[in-house]
Write a protein that binds this ligand. Structure first.
Ligand code: CA2
Length: 138
């Protein structure tokens, strides 16, 4: 069975609790249970951290044994050379995900340190972006 890890970055623990007009009204924990029942033939895990170094630690920890990583680095997408370097340094392919269409938002969200090293990017489909990223590993 394929092993996939979803990694969510800063403030995504607030999903469903704040700013529902941009990010929807469902908590990630609820959505993750739906994902697990939808994709029963993959081993799905989920990790969230607000701390850049913890995200890098997790990428290094799973990045040589898992089949895929689905990464929403949230605001670190636009700032973190360190997360970009970590993706370059691991073997497991990373698919970058965003809930919102970052290109329809402020200019500073148009640049990503993740994209150049990602296998692909899915953005703008709400939480469904994660479904599509998982399907890319089938
Ligand atoms: O659209 C996305 O998935 C983002 O990665 C979300 C980030 C944002 O900085 C990126 O530009 C695009 C922000 C995540 C914050 O999530 C919240 C959820 C609920 C309430 C407040 C923040």
């Amino acid at each position: 069975m394929k092993k996939l890890m979803i990694i969510n970055g800063p403030n995504l623990n607030l999903l469903g609790k704040r700013e529902p007009e941009i990010y929807g009204s469902q908590t990630f924990e609820d959505y993750f249970q739906e994902l697990k029942s939808k994709f029963r033939d993959v081993n799905l895990e989920y990790y969230q951290s607000n701390i850049e170094g913890e995200i890098i630690d997790k990428l290094q920890k799973v990045g040589f044994s898992y089949d895929g990583i689905i990464l929403n680095a949230a605001a670190y997408t636009h700032t973190s050379v360190g997360i970009g370097d970590a993706i370059k340094g691991i073997e497991t392919p990373v698919v970058e995900v965003h809930i919102s269409n970052t290109f329809a938002r402020e200019e500073f969200r148009h640049h990503s340190y993740i994209s150049p090293n990602a296998k692909g990017v899915v953005l703008g489909f709400g939480l469904k972006s994660y479904d599509l990223a998982i399907e890319s590993f089938y």
